[in-house]
Write a protein that binds this ligand. Structure first.
Ligand code: CU
Length: 126
């Protein structure tokens, strides 16, 4: 796996594995039940295809349907950033895995002014 495809960890992140490489991380965390959430990025919207997920490991599957590069940052409702994906080219995908406790979380693209232009969404963990 190329180093650039790994997600960057931010301070205090509860990231289990930034990506799920084929045959890569063989850990208990990898086998633990997890919930997939599709996230669609385009200019300039970020759409989470689930609004509520159970607590535990969440796999954010980011697909870039737009024409610009986008990324995905998961933050608490208070704005503390937990994890950030790699930058995804148009047509590309990446997965960001992290363990989330119950609460509300913000999803944003933090490139340029994309969040201000509308690339943000909220997801509730129950
Ligand atoms: Cu963006």
């Amino acid at each position: 796996m190329h180093a650039r495809t790994k997600g960057r960890l931010l301070a205090g992140a509860a990231v289990v594995a930034a990506l799920a490489p084929a045959g890569g991380v063989a850990s208990a965390a990898r086998r633990a039940p997890s919930t997939a959430v599709g996230v669609g990025a385009r200019e300039f919207r970020l759409t989470a295809y689930r609004v509520s997920v159970p607590a535990g490991i969440v796999r954010f599957n980011l697909a870039n349907y737009g024409q610009d590069v986008h990324d995905l940052v998961v933050a608490t409702a208070g704005g503390r950033r937990l994890a950030r994906s790699v930058e995804v080219r148009p047509g590309g995908r990446t997965t960001l895995r992290l363990r989330l406790r119950p609460g509300s979380y913000r999803l944003v693209c933090d490139l340029a002014d994309h969040a201000a232009l509308g690339m943000h969404a909220t997801i509730r963990v129950r």
